[in-house]
Design a protein around this ligand. Structure first.
Ligand code: AMP
Length: 172
């Protein structure tokens, strides 16, 4: 675990609802050294492994996903909340730690069998990432790994992702 990155995460109690301890990553993003360090951990892990796409989850996943895709020299695919993508989509619904949600991906986002890294900032209950995995598979991608900056281990989100390799930089 990267202690400098872990130390920079700011805990915000009761956001966006009472009882949620929100993990605020903006102190990492605001520090160019820490931001680069985070991006380079994912880049080192996946360089030279034949990835075709980085597919990142709306919205904080995009911040890391775009940078990682550029560094790896592969394409970027946004997995977005319903109603945001302009072309035809696959849709998947799920429950999350607070509320419920539907996420979508363009039907032509991946070449058949293309290796895909799914990326988000944080793994909580795993509902979001499991829905993202279903989307990638429905769109023809092959999941290489599902990666997070932060994993809230006590919520056991990995259990929902048992069919796939999962990696988190920081486990709390
Ligand atoms: P889940 O589907 O429960 O794994 O929730 C993961 C998604 O919700 C990610 O996109 C996170 O950005 C967001 N999220 C859930 N819980 C938190 C939290 N405690 N702090 C920050 N983001 C969270």
């Amino acid at each position: 675990m990267n202690t400098r990155l872990a130390a920079a995460i700011r805990d915000i109690p009761d956001f966006p609802k009472p009882g949620i301890l929100f993990k605020d990553i903006t102190p990492i993003l605001g520090d160019p050294t820490l931001f680069r360090e985070a991006v380079e951990i994912f880049v080192a892990r996946h360089a030279g492994k034949g990835l075709g796409k980085v597919a990142a989850i709306d919205a904080r996943g995009f911040i890391f996903g775009g940078a990682i895709a550029q560094r790896l020299g592969v394409g970027f695919v946004p997995i977005r909340k319903k109603g945001k993508l302009p072309f035809r989509t696959h849709d998947e619904s799920y429950d999350l730690e607070y509320g419920s949600n539907t996420i979508c991906v363009h039907v032509d986002a991946f070449r058949p069998g293309e290796k895909v890294l799914i990326l988000d900032d944080l793994l909580a209950t795993g509902g979001t990432a499991a829905a993202a995995a279903r989307l990638v598979q429905r769109a023809g991608g092959r999941i290489a790994e599902i990666d997070f900056l932060i994993e809230l281990t006590f919520l056991k989100g990995r259990e929902k992702l048992a069919d796939f390799p999962v990696f988190a930089v920081i486990q709390v």
